[in-house]
Design a protein around this ligand. Structure first.
Ligand code: C2O
Ligand code: CU
Ligand code: CU
Length: 531
């Protein structure tokens, strides 16, 4: 790895006039490690930044907000029609400071309260969805339908930007079998990270006509990340944000810090990791068990009972069963400590951050009325490939990184909107819109091996389809994956190779990339051409 060279370069840079020594809004990691001397870059300027707001400056403990639903404007059965406007939205967050300006999806122009999370799109298999996207941002944008099997030309690819002031209609029909927990977010070339950290992301649920859990009360937890300066502004990305992916001092659930949830009876939870880079090792702080019933692409074959922790990498979703019982009790839902091997400027890697409280949960005592029977079988999940020798075409994806000191510290490097000299690559190259990385044929099941040749975790994500993880290989040991499940995002640890089975059903270009959005913007992305 190039890490060592990078470190010495960074140290010498600290003495260069390019980097003035003062406090910048660089996040908890940097402050903790005394690396507050790298300027943040955004919009082609070095910002003189104010310090971050205190970790407890945002109010906490309000009841969990319900996500707004996007209203259907159509009366035609089977057609969901609505408008999503990407626009600036002000919220009073910090006492005595100017309002914070987020970027937000909304159906109209004046929704200035409630969670900044985009409205929930809640539809059924078989529905045709028609969304008019209006871009009122100062940048080009797109809407990408993360995880959904939509035609390639409707999927918000970076090659199809919608200019500021313009509008675009996305239209797709959701096939049978697509029920699951999805989301939508911008995907413009090199601007996805900023648009998501300023607030653009929303949940999307597809329901089946026959859902074995239809009777269960449902709760939605959309987790996002926020870095906030003490003056109420949302600062641009600094060097550390680009390198490790941005993590703010706040992790929010439905737009709020540490909301309260009262579980009065057994519930089905859908949880989204909509953070740019934060890993969520979901657990209750008292170690209580829950069940997992679904992944990104819908229900499992059968519930996984007795789970005490579940990793959701950036972009991933899960469906959980949370039950009352054990008398009346309270517990915190936490993102437990997880070491994703973040790089440091001063030494090899940063220690894992402390565990964080996502929500405080009260549980009612068990009672016959509050308890529901969980079916032993949820649906049929057929394996894409049979076990035994692989007879399907093989493809290889390798994540790599390179830190080029010369470029990084060349005069003017830090006045660029993107940091120079930091390369995050797929198959040896950073993303080039003009290059096709891999080619597939539609309807052909393939085996992909995704290898992480870097020093840190990267979540792999493929557009347009759901895949199955078939095996994981690490330290020369290959382990078959026990959980048969539909996913569109899977974490790959340093040195690990994750084997997936996948198939594309429509001709066109699909993106695949690391879902740490800073890495995606920096080029850890490729194009799959399906013919
Ligand atoms: Cu959620 Cu290509 O992204
Ligand atoms: Cu996606
Ligand atoms: Cu990455």
């Amino acid at each position: 790895m190039k890490r060592r060279a990078f470190l010495s370069g960074a140290l010498s840079a600290a003495t260069a006039t390019l980097f003035a020594r003062r406090a910048f809004a660089q996040g908890a990691d940097d402050a903790m490690h005394g690396m507050s001397d790298m300027p943040a870059m955004s919009g082609g300027m070095i910002h003189a930044q104010v310090p971050l707001a205190a970790a407890d400056a945002l109010p906490a403990g309000e009841p969990l907000a319900t996500l707004r639903a996007l209203a259907n404007q159509s009366r035609e059965p089977g057609l969901f029609r609505a408008t999503l406007i990407a626009q600036l939205a002000a919220r009073a967050l910090l006492h005595g400071q100017p309002q914070t300006i987020f970027w937000q999806y909304d159906a109209d122009v004046t929704a200035n309260d409630g969670p900044v999370i985009g409205p929930l799109i809640d539809v059924h298999e078989g529905d045709t969805v028609e969304i008019t996207f209006v871009n009122r941002l100062p940048q080009p944008s797109t809407i990408h339908w993360h995880g959904l099997p939509v035609p390639p030309d409707q999927d918000g690819n970076p090659s199809k930007p919608v200019a500021p002031g313009e509008r675009h209609v996305y239209r797709f029909t959701l096939p049978q079998g697509s029920a699951g927990t999805y989301w939508y977010h911008p995907h413009p070339h090199m601007l996805s990270s900023e648009q998501v950290f300023r607030g653009l992301a929303g949940p999307f649920v597809v329901r089946a006509a026959t859902d074995p859990l239809a009777a269960w009360p449902e709760r939605h937890l959309f987790v996002s990340d926020l870095k906030l300066a003490a003056d109420g502004t949302i600062p641009g990305n600094g060097m550390m944000d680009w390198m490790n992916g941005r993590e703010g001092q706040y992790v929010l659930v439905n737009g709020a810090r540490e909301p309260r949830i009262e579980v009065m009876g057994d519930e089905r939870w859908r949880v989204w990791n909509g953070c740019n880079a934060r890993y969520l090792q979901l657990a209750f702080d008292d170690g209580r068990a829950f069940a997992q019933v679904g992944t990104d692409g819908g229900l499992l074959g059968a519930p996984r009972e007795g789970i005490t922790s579940l990793l959701l990498a950036p972009g991933e979703r899960a469906e959980l069963i949370v039950r009352v019982g054990q008398g009346a009790s309270r517990a915190s839902l936490i993102a437990a400590r997880y070491d994703r091997h973040k790089m440091a400027m001063t030494h090899g890697s940063l220690p894992a951050g402390p565990s964080l409280i996502l929500a405080n949960v009260g549980f009612a005592p068990a009672s016959a009325a509050a308890q529901l029977a969980l079916p032993g079988r949820l649906r049929e999940v057929a394996p894409l490939v049979s076990s035994g020798p692989l007879t399907v075409p093989q493809k290889s994806v390798v994540f790599s990184e390179a830190m080029d000191m010369k470029a990084m510290h060349a005069p003017g490097a830090s006045t660029q909107p993107m940091p120079r000299g930091m390369q995050f690559m797929v198959n040896g190259a950073v993303f080039d819109p003009a290059r096709v990385t891999l080619a597939s044929r539609r309807g052909e099941v393939e085996h992909w091996a995704i290898a992480n040749g870097t020093d840190m975790d990267h979540p792999f994500h493929l557009h347009g389809t759901q895949f199955q993880v078939v095996a994981r290989e690490w330290g020369g040991v290959r382990k078959a994956e026990e959980l048969l499940a539909w996913r569109d995002t899977v974490n790959v640890r340093p040195g690990e190779t994750v084997h997936i089975a996948t198939v594309q059903h429509e001709a066109g270009d699909r993106m695949f990339h690391c879902h740490i959005l800073e890495h995606e913007d920096l080029g850890m992305m490729g194009t799959l051409r399906v013919s």
